[in-house]
Design a protein around this ligand. Structure first.
Ligand SMILES: [Zn+2]
Length: 825
């Protein structure tokens, strides 16, 4: 007893006062991989690691998810490096010209490991804990010249959705039969985040809170290697770099080569263990919003590692070959590849630093400047996106700029002013500027399954010139002052942006009555385009202190309203004309659940809740039968398969409701539900029978031959009927992102509001030759009147990943303007 106390005292005297580092299994009291660890427990473990290794581990909480879970990184290195963390970070930024400061040759390598961006690919977060433990207990040598940044879970809301579901569903012991309920997740599954966004499509657009907060800290560090850990189907053992073609052309030889080196080092460990894997297939490097491409375009060796598993795998499952795949296997493989990658960084730290710096020194760009022109709202939106990525911009002088003109797809010019934007490739992040802005990214192989075009001028609805010479630009100080409202007969707000719609949404919620014009309104020589918001004092007499109330909302939404002194216009219509319509309050039902696409539903949910701030009632398709339709005047149907939802009875009640004045907004796949009934006016446009030829393509070439028929995401010009309320705020052409090859004929009896004319070709991106032919004379957006109501068809989903900013107003118009007077249910 006495001896033991003595030993304890001695031990306490020698050891630093911090807890002994425990392995994850010791810490949790179960073998890692025998249970799924919930997010708060993961956070607990990282806190334990940090508190027991204060001199080697720093935690940074960088944000909170929508459901208030912690987002965090752990920065791990040697004591020496951790002492100098800020100067190492600054040196790295100085090396690539982002900050001023001396360049240094012997900065440590920086490796960033991102786990579990897809919530139900749940093994990687478990691996993150074993990885940090092994780094600190077995791999101290590597940390002498390497900084490892671990983000244990990029998507805690999605992962806990999966883990909680699994824990409440699974048998004990777990059941390896694929038929057991623990292997089939219910809608929407744990893959996406709270708003059901795929966070591995969101890096560049940063529409989600997880991405926004992460890229801030990512850009503060700018790692040299980034790994994004995933899981794939249970029959595909393991995938690691090198990636598959196509590679974006800015990817350097060094980036290609070093991926191969890393892949070979992973292979060495996998070979030693006799594990199966594949490389160079399926996962390409093109679309910029992934966890491998975004880091790649920011100079890193960006890679995806995919373990067999996924939401189906649970704690153990028999695959098609009758082999049991366990969570223990899955996390062991991810730990092995993660550590092997850190080893490669450690062995090549100097070279990594050197090559990383070269990437940011690229001067070899065809286009030296991009000049963007558009409304202040659009320019401001773009500026805030650029700021998130640390991309610099400025304003041009009043000059004429010539170059590739986006709206025509030819050489052209525009006259610039200080309200335009210049983004130059002559800056450290010039490569990313090229990727995001160039009119048409060069595709080394058309066999890719993501979109092949995203060029920001089209997505944001901006006129743009890509210039081969650098355009001088300067910083402008913004005038943020909005003139307060004075007493007047009424006020008018223009209508051409989501920002105007947010303002309308706020007005309606404040019970302010708003009108809009269907024809141009001319007062005192000023023309207000159709869709302008008209707010009169006379309409709002019940509000005490109306002008101040309106002014405070206008200030909040940064709207400069134009006062009008009379209801009498220069030419008709006057303010009291039937062509100036009152906006009836939309009461919106939004379908979710089985049959709907969770991504499409999530985009709409996020849009109404976080962007437009307009309340909708979300209704699960299982309850369709019980809906009291008279409570609603708008039904928004996300893309999906409605075969089992729109039963004969349900369809009958839906038709009844529409004919009384209900309005259906059917997006993309939802339109299929209306093709079986002639009264909806909707018909597929398919390839003519006579064009069909026997298939003589060999088996081996089949996949490639199919690219003829393929459109996975390309930009096309559409002709717009700008007089239709669905198109208010747009001009007579609109660039659409075409996401597939399902096409619809022009409507016979409805309105074709945006459509593709003859002889079309993509303005940007890849489309197969057969697929292009079939696009001629197809409807993109349209309205089919039905009784007193309407069906509004949006065949190219304008809300796709929420990054096609310029399409959002079509949805808003559909809700607020189209057939708005019908709401008499
Ligand atoms: Zn994944």
């Amino acid at each position: 007893m006495r001896l033991l106390s003595l030993l304890l005292i001695v031990a306490l005297g020698i050891l630093p006062i911090q807890a002994q580092l425990k392995s994850p299994s010791q810490f949790f009291g179960y073998e890692l991989g025998s249970e799924f660890t919930r997010h708060y427990e993961v956070v607990d473990y990282f806190e334990h690691v940090a508190s027991s290794n204060k001199n080697q581990v720093k935690l940074e909480y960088y944000g909170k998810t929508n459901e208030r879970r912690d987002l965090m990184i752990a920065v791990i290195s040697s004591e020496e490096n951790v002492k100098n963390l800020e100067s190492i970070r600054n040196n790295n930024l100085a090396n690539i010209g982002i900050t001023d400061g001396d360049k240094t040759k012997n900065n440590p390598a920086i490796v960033w490991l991102s786990y579990n961006v897809h919530g139900n690919e749940a093994s990687s977060t478990e691996a993150s804990m074993l990885t940090i433990y092994k780094l600190l207990t077995e791999k101290q040598e590597w940390l002498k010249n390497t900084i490892v940044i671990i983000d244990p879970c990029l998507n805690p809301d999605g992962r806990d959705r999966y883990v909680n579901w699994f824990n409440e569903t699974a048998s004990k012991p777990y059941n390896t039969s694929r038929q057991a309920s623990e292997h089939s997740e219910p809608w929407p599954g744990g893959r996406p985040n709270h708003y059901l966004f795929d966070l591995n499509r969101d890096w560049a657009w940063a529409t989600q809170i997880e991405t926004q907060t992460r890229i801030k800290v990512y850009n503060k560090w700018m790692p040299h290697i980034h790994v994004d850990f995933h899981e794939q189907g249970i029959n595909e053992p393991y995938y690691f770099a090198p990636a598959a073609e196509p590679f974006h052309e800015i990817i350097t030889d060094w980036q290609r080569d070093f991926q191969i080196e890393i892949g070979k080092n992973n292979a060495k460990y996998f070979d030693e263990n006799g594990w199966l894997y594949f490389t160079r297939e399926r996962f390409d490097l093109f679309y910029p919003s992934y966890g491998d491409t975004y880091p790649t375009y920011m100079g890193a060796i960006g890679m995806t590692y995919e373990q067999a598993g996924h939401g189906m795998a649970g704690l153990g499952i028999l695959n098609d070959e009758g082999v049991e795949l366990t969570l223990v296997d899955r996390l062991t493989h991810h730990t092995t590849s993660g550590l092997a990658t850190v080893e490669m960084a450690h062995k090549n730290a100097e070279k990594l630093n050197e090559e990383f710096a070269k990437f940011f020194n690229n001067k070899n760009f065809k286009y030296k400047s991009y000049i963007l022109q558009g409304s202040k709202d659009k320019i401001d939106r773009l500026k805030s996106l650029l700021l998130q990525h640390g991309i610099k911009f400025g304003s041009p002088k009043n000059i004429k700029v010539t170059g590739y003109k986006y709206s025509t797809g030819t050489q052209g010019s525009i006259n610039t002013s200080a309200s335009d934007l210049v983004v130059s490739t002559n800056q450290p992040k010039g490569n990313m500027v090229k990727v995001l802005f160039e009119p048409n990214a060069k595709l080394s192989d058309s066999l890719t399954y993501d979109i092949t075009a995203w060029s920001i001028p089209y997505a944001h609805g901006l006129e743009a010139i890509a210039a081969t010479q650098e355009i001088e630009h300067f910083e402008v100080l913004e005038r943020l002052y909005i003139e307060p409202l004075k007493d007047a007969y009424g006020y008018i707000n223009k209508w051409n942006d989501l920002e105007d719609a947010k303002f309308l949404s706020a007005l309606l919620q404040a019970n302010i009555r708003v009108r809009f014009n269907e024809k141009p309104l001319i007062q005192k020589g000023i023309t207000y385009q159709p869709g302008s918001l008209i707010i009169t004092k006379g309409d709002n007499q019940k509000h005490k202190d109306f002008v101040n109330k309106l002014d405070s909302i206008a200030q909040e939404y940064r709207r400069q309203l134009s006062p009008i002194s009379s209801g009498f216009s220069d030419v008709t219509p006057d303010i009291g004309s039937p062509d100036i319509k009152l906006i009836n309050q939309p009461k919106i039902a939004l379908l979710s659940g089985d049959g709907t696409s969770s991504l499409s539903f999530g985009e709409l949910w996020h849009f109404f809740e976080k962007q437009l701030n307009f309340q909708v009632t979300v209704i699960h398709t299982n309850h369709f039968r019980n809906v009291n339709w008279s409570d609603f005047n708008v039904l928004v149907m996300p893309s999906g398969y409605y075969g089992s939802v729109l039963t004969e009875d349900n369809l009958k009640s839906l038709k009844d409701w529409i004919s009384k004045g209900g309005k259906v907004v059917a997006i993309d796949g939802a339109m299929r539900a209306f093709t079986n009934d002639d009264s909806f006016g909707l018909q597929y446009k398919t390839k003519e029978e006579t064009e069909k030829t026997p298939n003589l393509t060999t088996y081996a070439n089949q996949e490639r031959a199919n690219t003829n028929q393929m459109i996975t995401g390309a930009i096309f010009k559409t002709t717009v009927d700008a007089t239709h309320p669905l198109a208010f705020g747009y001009g007579d052409q609109y660039f659409t992102l075409k996401l597939g090859n399902t096409n619809y004929k022009l409507l016979d009896s409805g309105y074709n509001v945006a459509y593709i004319d003859n002889n079309t070709k993509p303005f940007s991106g890849f489309a197969g030759s057969e697929a292009i032919k079939n696009l001629n004379q197809t409807m993109i957006f349209g309205e089919q009147p039905y009784g007193r109501g309407s069906l509004i068809y949006l065949s190219d989903n304008p809300m796709f990943r929420s990054f096609w900013e310029n399409g959002k107003l079509f949805l808003i118009n559909a809700i607020f303007f189209v057939n708005n007077n019908s709401f008499t249910l």
